[in-house]
Design a protein around this ligand. Sequence first.
Ligand SMILES: Nc1ncnc2c1ncn2[C@@H]1O[C@H](COP(=O)(O)OP(=O)(O)OP(=O)(O)O)[C@@H](O)[C@H]1O
Ligand SMILES: [Mg+2]
Length: 93
Amino acid sequence: MLLEVEKIDTYYGIFQAIFQVSLELDKGEVVCLLGRNGAGKTTALTSIIGLNRPRSGCIKYKSLEITGKKPFQIVRLGIGFIPEDRALKKTWS
Ligand SMILES: Nc1ncnc2c1ncn2[C@@H]1O[C@H](COP(=O)(O)OP(=O)(O)OP(=O)(O)O)[C@@H](O)[C@H]1O
Ligand SMILES: [Mg+2]
């Protein structure tokens, strides 16, 4: 298994955003995470890439535990993330 996410819980302060999320991804597979607005899709992904640290559960990449590692350590292992809202924008007038 390439990526194993096992029962992760992630919070923003005292607010629990995801509950016991598990998924598995094998080499060559495409996995789609579906849910209504606010269901926790982005939080699940930011938990995998280390931007949010799950309070419990376990994430393994190529059998190596990456739960709680820093984003730069995780990206060096080969996990990339393309967010939905990072277009290059002109912010001056
Ligand atoms: N930075 C944050 N601080 C506090 N609460 C947050 C934060 N980011 C997300 N949340 C809350 O966590 C829950 C999950 O949000 P998340 O953005 O992961 O959902 P989503 O499935 O990606 O939604 P969308 O379909 O709108 O992208 C929501 O209740 C949201 O309000
Ligand atoms: Mg989202």
